[in-house]
Design a protein around this ligand. Structure first.
Ligand code: GLY
Length: 294
């Protein structure tokens, strides 16, 4: 409604009052400024928790309604290393997170996930699918920022490869409301998934640049390449794959340790080339997560 211009993060009461006046009286975003939502100022680092959800009338009656969280993941939204530069649709993801302890997840379950399930039940939701919890880890624990009714990009590329169960069987459990009996087991290790983008993204960028993937090197890294902003153009010769978007592909690799996963992922990234290709070199490393305020 406010074309993305309606959020003000106020550090002081004075700034908050100024923002209210600007929006409600100054008309900075037109009629969208007539109704405001005021929330706590949250400081910390963000995490994403994807989850499987079955809430139906029958499931509630039979006690099988459930939301099951996946392993916590983190997206890196800024374009440049060190969480600098403009916001993007996501420059890479990592899963799980060494700064998210079991205690933090237990607190998340109690304070974010369980109230969500209760709320959905109270409001009579009929929903089977996924919910993405966007969460800020603050010094007072995890605080919910947002829901998305979907999986997340690029978190999905880092979370799903760690599933040590069959994705389709899990989808069946969601549909049949049998999540409580479904065994969620996760591979022990880490997944790192840097995204390779077109030069110029998130501003204007060229399309149609031939993509070369050194398949043997990718195979040696064990990485999976998830292609997004690309298409086939047979006129180019070679494999025919050309860029067709800002976020062209993600290289997602596993490792028993974070370092191993990181090395494997970047080995795969080095095996991908197209004119203007750009990527962050610090996905998952200390200092890579944006800290501070939402
Ligand atoms: N990576 C953030 C999102 O999918 O919304």
């Amino acid at each position: 409604l406010a074309a993305g211009k309606g959020v003000v993060v106020a550090a002081t009461e004075e700034e908050a009052l100024e923002a209210v006046a600007d929006l409600m009286e100054g008309g900075r975003v037109g009629t969208a400024g007539q109704k405001l939502v005021i929330e706590d100022y949250l400081q910390g680092v963000e995490i994403s928790v994807l989850s499987a959800v079955s809430v139906t009338k029958e499931a509630v009656e039979s006690g099988t309604a459930a939301i099951v969280p996946f392993l916590p993941a983190r997206d890196h939204k800024r374009l440049n290393d060190g969480a600098k530069g403009p916001n993007t649709g996501g420059m890479g993801a990592v899963c799980p997170l060494s700064d998210v302890t079991d205690d933090i997840m237990a607190q998340f379950n109690k304070e974010c996930l369980e109230p969500t399930l209760k709320g959905m039940i109270a409001e009579g939701f009929d929903y089977r699918g996924f919910i993405f919890f966007g969460v800020m880890l603050t010094k007072d624990g995890p605080k919910l920022l947002e829901y998305n009714v979907r999986l997340g990009d690029p978190e999905t590329q880092a979370v799903l490869p760690l599933m040590d169960f069959d994705f389709v069987e899990m989808c069946e459990a969601i549909v049949n409301c049998t999540l409580k009996n479904f065994e969620f087991s996760w591979k022990k290790g880490f997944q790192v998934a840097p995204v390779v983008v077109s030069g110029g993204y998130p501003g204007a960028y060229p399309k149609g640049k031939p993509i070369v993937i050194a398949e043997k090197a990718v195979e040696a890294s064990g990485a999976k390449i998830f292609i997004a902003g690309a298409r086939y153009d047979r006129r180019t010769g070679g494999g025919g794959l050309v860029t067709n978007g800002g976020r062209v592909l993600a290289c997602s690799a596993f490792g028993k340790t974070f370092d191993e996963a990181w090395k494997n992922a970047y080995r795969a990234v080095s095996a991908v080339s197209f004119e203007g290709a750009f990527y962050r070199k610090d996905i998952g490393l200390p200092g890579a997560a944006e800290s501070g305020q939402l």
